[in-house]
Design a protein around this ligand. Structure first.
Ligand SMILES: CC1(C)CN=C(N2CCN(c3ncnc4sc(CCF)cc34)CC2)S1
Length: 489
C-alpha cells in the first residue's frame, strides 16, 4: 500500500529542493510503491507557488542559500491529499475484493475526474497537469486527466491500472494481464472524446498518435517519471522559474540513477534538454543522453517513436552540428514514413514542418553565404540524408487519407536541393530493395538501411536485413516520384 508515511511527514515543513528530492527518494525506494497522489500534490504546490502571477517578479540573482523554496507546510499537503482520497472513496464504490480493475471501474474513475472539471477553460495553459491544479482549481490538461485517473485507481487499491503514453496522447492499461486498454481523456481540439473505449482498433491504429501500438507502458516508478517530466518551469513565454527547473532536473537524475528512465525515451530527452542549458557535474553529457533516448526507442519500442530523433536533431542544430542534425532528422523521417497521416497527428506534422521550412532553410542560408571550407554543401552524405528526410515525409503521405505536402513545402525543398552542386549530388548512390519496399542509401561504401522492414499494408515488420537490388530501371526507383524528379534535375 502506498501512502503518506511518518518518514515522509518528518521531512516537513519543506524549505529546500534537496528535501523534496529526499521525499521522492523515500517514496521511490520504499518497499511499497510510490504514492502518485502525494508526489503530484507536492510537486504541483511547489510549481504553482513559484510560477503563479504573484511570483513573476523576476529574481535577478539566483538564490544561493540552502533554503531555496517557499515553506511547504505538512498541513497544506495533508488537506489536499485527504481531499483527493475522499473524492475517490466517496464517489467510487470499489468492490472490497479489490481484485483487478474492470472497464466500468476505470470509466467511473475517469467520470469522477471529468465531471469535477471547470466547464470551460483554456486547456493548453501551463501548470494544469498536477493533482494540485485539479484539487485547487478543478482544471487539468489532457495528460493531467489520464494521470489523475491512474492516481485515483491507486487510491482505490487497483494496482493493475497503469499509465500508457504515446508521444502525444495518454491512456490506461489494466486487467489481470495488463492487456486491457481504455481511453480516459480527450485528445486535440474539437475531437469528441472516446473515454471508455479500447485503444486504436480502426484507422487510428495506423496513425502516429498511437505509435503503432508501442506506447510507453508505465510502472508506478515510471508514472513518477511522467509527473516529473510534466513539471513545467515556465514563468512566462520567455523565462523559467529557476528553482522549478532545478527541482525537475534533480528529480529526473534521481529517476535516471535508479534506472526508471531506461524505457522512457522522452523523459531522457527532457533531461538532455535541461542538461544542455545547465550541465550537472559528474553526470553523462547531454549529447549522450540524446543518444540513450534513441537507443531506448530502438531497443524497447521497435524504433516506432519520432521524438528521440527530433530531441537529438534539435540539440545538433542549436550547436551548429548541421551534418549530424541532418542525420537525426532523416532518422526521424525514417520512422514517420511507416505511418499514415491522420488528423490526430498535427503535433508531429508541425514538428516536420518546422524542420523542413524553418530549420533546414536557415542552415542553407548560413552554409551558402559563409566561406566555411567544411560546408555541408560539399558533403554527399548531407545530400543523402536530406533526400531520406524528404522521402520519408512523402512516404508518410502515401496511403494516407489526409495529404501532408502542399505548395508551401515545395519552395524550401527545391531551394535546399538546388544548393548542392551536381558533382556532389552525383556521388550519392541510391540503391533500392524493391521486395522490402525499403530504400537503401549508400554512403562512404557502406549500405545504410532502415533497421526494420515495414510493410505499410499489413502493418507487419520483419527485421532480416533486406537484400540489395540494383535500381537502374525507372519504375524501380526507391523515391517518391516528386523526389525522383528533383534528383534527376
Ligand atoms: C523534441 C521535442 C519537440 C522537445 N520536447 C518534446 N516533448 C516534451 C515532453 N513530452 C513528454 N515528455 C514526457 N512524457 C510525455 S507523455 C506525452 C504525451 C501526452 F501524455 C508527452 C510527453 C512531449 C514531447 S518533443
Amino acid at each position: 500500500m502506498a501512502g503518506f508515511r511518518d518518514i515522509d511527514k518528518a521531512l516537513f515543513p519543506i524549505k529546500s529542493i534537496n528535501t523534496v528530492v529526499q521525499l521522492f527518494r523515500n517514496q521511490l525506494e520504499s518497499p511499497s510503491v510510490p504514492d502518485l497522489a502525494l508526489l503530484s500534490i507536492v510537486s504541483g504546490v511547489i510549481e504553482n507557488s513559484l510560477t503563479s502571477r504573484s511570483n513573476t517578479a523576476l529574481q535577478v540573482c539566483e538564490p544561493v542559500e540552502q533554503n531555496n523554496l517557499p515553506v511547504l507546510e505538512l498541513k497544506t499537503v495533508e488537506i489536499l491529499y485527504n481531499k483527493f482520497r475522499s473524492i475517490m472513496l466517496n464517489a467510487v464504490e470499489a468492490n472490497k475484493s479489490k481484485g483487478f480493475a474492470t472497464r466500468e471501474l476505470v470509466k467511473k474513475v475517469s467520470d469522477v475526474i471529468w465531471n469535477s472539471l471547470t466547464r470551460s477553460y483554456y486547456k493548453d495553459r501551463a501548470h494544469l497537469q498536477s493533482l494540485y491544479s485539479f484539487l485547487s482549481g478543478n482544471k487539468l490538461d489532457c495528460f493531467g486527466v489520464a494521470f489523475a485517473v491512474v492516481a485515483g485507481c491507486q487510491c482505490l487499491g487497483f494496482n493493475d491500472v497503469h499509465l500508457a503514453l504515446s508521444e502525444d496522447h495518454a491512456w490506461v492499461i489494466f486487467g489481470e494481464n495488463g492487456t486491457e486498454t481504455a481511453e480516459v481523456t480527450w485528445h486535440g481540439k474539437g475531437n469528441e472524446d472516446k473515454r471508455g473505449q479500447e485503444i486504436g482498433k480502426g484507422v487510428s491504429a495506423r496513425s502516429w498518435l498511437y505509435v503503432n501500438n508501442k506506447p510507453v507502458v508505465c510502472t508506478r516508478h515510471m508514472e513518477v517519471a511522467a509527473l516529473v517530466s510534466a513539471i513545467n518551469p515556465s514563468l512566462n513565454s520567455t523565462h523559467d522559474a529557476y528553482e522549478v527547473a532545478l527541482l525537475q532536473q534533480e528529480l529526473l537524475w534521481l529517476l535516471y540513477d535508479l534506472g526508471h528512465l531506461k524505457k522512457y525515451p522522452m523523459a531522457i530527452g527532457n533531461l538532455g534538454d535541461l542538461e544542455e542549458i545547465s550541465a550537472t557535474e559528474g553526470k553523462v553529457p547531454c549529447k549522450v543522453l540524446f543518444e540513450e533516448a534513441v537507443f531506448s526507442a530502438r531497443n524497447y519500442y521497435s524504433n516506432q517513436h519520432v521524438y528521440p530523433y527530433t530531441y537529438q536533431g534539435g540539440y545538433f542544430y542549436r550547436n551548429k552540428m548541421y551534418e549530424e542534425a541532418f542525420e537525426s532528422w532523416a532518422n526521424a523521417s525514417n520512422v514517420i514514413r511507416m505511418y499514415n497521416y491522420s488528423r490526430d497527428d498535427e503535433e508531429i506534422y508541425k514538428e516536420f514542418l518546422e524542420i523542413a521550412n524553418e530549420l533546414i532553410p536557415h542552415i542553407m542560408k548560413i552554409e551558402s553565404s559563409g566561406f566555411s571550407a567544411n560546408t555541408i554543401l560539399k558533403k554527399p552524405k548531407c545530400f543523402a540524408d536530406l533526400l531520406r528526410f524528404y522521402d520519408g515525409i512523402c512516404q508518410w503521405e502515401e496511403g494516407s487519407a489526409t495529404p501532408v505536402l502542399h505548395i508551401g513545402w515545395a519552395k524550401p525543398l527545391v531551394l535546399t536541393i538546388s544548393r548542392f552542386d551536381a558533382d556532389v549530388r552525383a556521388q550519392v548512390n541510391i540503391v533500392c530493395d524493391k521486395s522490402e519496399e525499403n530504400m537503401l542509401m549508400k554512403k562512404n561504401g557502406t549500405y545504410f538501411n532502415n533497421n526494420n522492414n515495414y510493410d505499410k499494408e499489413n502493418g507487419t515488420t520483419s527485421n532480416e536485413s533486406p537484400s540489395v537490388k540494383n535500381s537502374n530501371d525507372k519504375d524501380n526507383s526507391p523515391f517518391h516520384p516528386s523526389i525522383e524528379a528533383l534528383t534527376a534535375a
